[in-house]
Design a protein around this ligand. Structure first.
Ligand SMILES: Cc1cc2nc3c(=O)[nH]c(=O)nc-3n(C[C@H](O)[C@H](O)[C@H](O)COP(=O)(O)O)c2cc1C
Length: 206
């Protein structure tokens, strides 16, 4: 019997479709993972084309127990439900994340708002909230112009790691292509080298 194909969800959040460092590197990373895993199914979701914001109907629907939801509620949650379903299906997440104004792009934040759902991706327990998405690994490819990843001005990376951990995704690797305004070549080379390592990892799950 053939092993089940590894399922990858690739999220892009850069507003640029050409010349984007994060898109170039996530593409390379998906290719590297393909090399590593052999059989792979990739879903590519470009968040930059628009993700709805939570609004009054969405919030009302989300906080209404499923059995009591109206058609209007179900309609309001339909897209969010489909994003949750594709996330749950994925074994690996590859997230292309530029730093915009010290934080994550608004489109990626909108995605987080759509998928952070009580009872679906986390639940409240007596000891506090617990993430429900277990056994997944996330790669976060961070691109920045001036801010060093991990510095005090980088609110994007710790936030993203926290948001993923909240829904249960704690196995996270950050690949930084940072300070591209001043050290593009060095930074891109380091990110590419790490991606090449991932392609050739034999002993460890990638
Ligand atoms: C709207 C906007 C805001 C940005 N804000 C920051 C910032 O706060 N800090 C930073 O280091 N770079 C900032 N940058 C630079 C980007 O992070 C950098 O160009 C990065 O390469 C973008 O990712 P991409 O190449 O995948 O498009 C900003 C870029 C844009 C377009």
């Amino acid at each position: 019997m053939q092993d089940k194909a590894t399922r990858v969800l690739e999220l892009s959040a850069s507003g640029r479709t050409t010349g984007s460092a994060s898109r170039e590197l996530t593409r390379d990373l998906v290719a590297a993972l393909e090399e590593r895993h052999g059989s792979m199914q990739t879903i590519r979701r470009d968040l930059s084309t628009g993700v709805p914001f939570v609004d009054e109907t969405w919030i009302e629907a989300n906080f209404t127990p499923e059995a009591s939801r109206t058609d209007r509620h179900r309609q309001a949650l339909a897209f969010s439900d489909s994003l949750v379903a594709e996330l749950k299906e994925a074994d690996l997440l590859v997230i292309g994340m530029p730093i915009y104004n010290f934080s994550i792009p608004a489109a990626l934040k909108a995605w987080i708002d759509m998928i952070t759902r009580a009872r679906l991706t986390f639940r409240y327990t007596e000891s506090g909230p617990r993430g429900l998405l277990e056994g997944k690994r996330a790669y976060v490819v961070v691109a920045s112009g001036g801010v060093p990843v991990g510095s005090a001005a980088d609110f994007a990376t710790p936030y993203m790691k926290h948001a993923l951990a909240f829904i249960g995704i704690t196995d996270i690797e950050v690949i930084a292509a940072d300070q591209l305004n001043s050290r593009a070549e060095m930074s891109m080379d380091a990110a590419r080298a790490r991606i090449a390592d991932i392609a050739h990892l034999k002993s460890q799950a990638a």
